[in-house]
Design a protein around this ligand. Sequence first.
Ligand SMILES: Cc1ncc(COP(=O)(O)O)c(C=O)c1O
Length: 390
Amino acid sequence: MTTDDIIQTEEAVEIPTYSKFPMALAKGEGSTVWDTDGNKYLDFYGGHCVALLGHCPPRVVQAVQEQAEKLLFYSNVAHSPIRAEAAQKLVDLAPDGLGQVFFANSGSEANETALKLARTYTGRSAVVALEGAFHGRTVGALATTHNETYRAPYTDILPETRFVPWGDHEALKDALAPGDVAAVILEPIQSIAGMRMLPPVCAPGLRELCDAHGTLLIFDEVQTGVGRTGTFSISEHYGITPDLISLAKSLGAGVPVSAVLVSDAIAATVESGDQGSTFGGGMLAMAAVAACLDTLVEENLMDRATAIHAQLAEGLEGLVEEVRGKGCLIGLQLDRPVKPVLNALRDHGVLAGSSADPHVMRIMPPLTSTDDDVQRFIDTFKQVLAPAAA
Ligand SMILES: Cc1ncc(COP(=O)(O)O)c(C=O)c1O
């Protein structure tokens, strides 16, 4: 099949819900992907923030291959050595007090699980989310996603959510005041909204407010989690512990899997049948999780996330108005619209992403990126900006 054939076939037989890069990808290794015409790209997008360890990380590939030859899948009706190993490794890395896990398959499913657990635990039904939030597109998760583009056609079937402006403590107080709120759900860094970071000063107040109203705090760490921002959970950076944390994207280093980390208090009240997922905790996904976590820890990659951020921030000084985010979850505020810059970067062999803010570009480099990879991004970025600046 030629590249044109591939593109035409996908366009003919898949519903047109995605806007895709005008290329087809054939293979990847480390921070690099190759298209079907043999062109090479430095990938600082990571397929929506998934490639935590770069593409085809050898330990993950080997673990999945070995598991595939033993047992591809069995559901949670049976125990599994690889699930036990992955679950133990995950809770060992989780913040203290979040000692149990539920495995699912996508970020949306993890968030819906967290919301269900919060409702059951508190016996309340109201949910508070923040303006600009993106928590997924399945109905329960979509209810907490703020952007009208995603919500508008479905508002009649979405459970009601109280949205409060980002960083507005008074509005949050008002929303919790009736005492009927099961949970506040938020992304500690609103990535898709334009890499808006929760100001550290807001975090303790947020925890106290939730405690005062008997409301649970859910951190959607689908993007920030698994070491991407320099600590396993970004809650460690904020010095507060949420009651529930959802993880996805990076967790399987490219293999679809998600998880909810659950506080000991909530876990103690969960009963058989409260939640379930046929494929959640499947063997291939668990092999990927265990190998991903081993690689993250043994290669000190969380420190690397911080170093990569520092190198980028220094190299891009003066070229961008602001470097946002943390670790390898980065927003670049430009003085011009991002779209043409992204296209030019791609023409120069570099992949990066857009956001809901037309002036904010998102880059999510793998934690395994070398200094040379980072320098190449900086050099290409300079080159691409230069003609327009001249
Ligand atoms: C913060 C956040 N939460 C939830 C989701 C939904 O994840 P998924 O697409 O795996 O359902 C996403 C997806 O981009 C996300 O960025």
